[in-house]
Design a protein around this ligand. Structure first.
Ligand code: ZN
Ligand code: ZN
Ligand code: ZN
Length: 141
C-alpha cells in the first residue's frame, strides 16, 4: 500500500495521470531491481490486464521516460531497456550487463566537467547523463 502511494505521488507530482497500467508498470520495474525490456514488462502486465497490447506498453514506457520517472538503460545491443529508481537526489547507475542488476552510486564528476567545458569549450553545462556498465560482484567472479 505504501509502495503504491509512493508511485502514485511520483506520477502526480509530474502532472501525469496515475492510471492502473502505469502504476503496474512502475511496480513491475521497481520490484525487479534489474533493467527490463518492454517485452518483459508486457509479459508481467498481461497477467493483470488481459489483452493489453505491446504497443500500449511501448507508448506508456516512452511517456514515463519522457516525464523523467523511469530511466532508459543504454545497451550495446540497441534493444530498449528501462529501469525505475525511486531515489530522486542526483546520482548515477552502475549496470551489470550480465545479470541486468542496477545499483546506485553517488560519486559524480559534475564540477570538474563543468569547469573543463567552461574553460576549454567555453560552453555552459545544463545536464548530463552517466551510465556505468560492468559486471556486479557475483558476475565478476
Ligand atoms: Zn538510482
Ligand atoms: Zn551481475
Ligand atoms: Zn552526475
Amino acid at each position: 500500500m505504501e509502495e503504491r502511494k509512493g508511485r502514485e505521488s511520483v506520477l502526480k507530482s509530474l502532472g501525469m495521470k496515475a492510471t492502473p497500467k502505469r502504476l503496474a508498470m512502475l511496480a513491475a520495474l521497481e520490484s525487479a531491481r534489474v533493467y527490463k525490456s518492454p517485452e518483459d514488462v508486457w509479459r508481467t502486465l498481461r497477467r493483470k490486464f488481459a489483452g493489453i497490447g505491446l504497443p500500449t506498453v511501448y507508448r506508456n514506457l516512452d511517456e514515463l521516460e519522457k516525464g523523467g520517472i523511469i530511466s532508459k538503460v543504454m545497451h550495446s545491443n540497441r534493444q530498449l531497456y528501462y529501469f525505475f529508481c525511486r531515489h530522486k537526489a542526483h546520482h548515477h547507475h552502475f549496470v551489470c550487463i550480465s545479470c541486468r542488476k542496477v545499483q546506485d552510486f553517488a560519486s559524480c564528476a559534475e564540477k570538474e566537467i563543468e569547469k573543463e567545458i567552461k574553460t576549454s569549450i567555453r560552453g555552459r553545462v545544463l545536464s548530463h547523463i552517466l551510465q556505468v556498465n560492468g559486471f556486479c560482484e557475483e558476475c565478476a567472479r
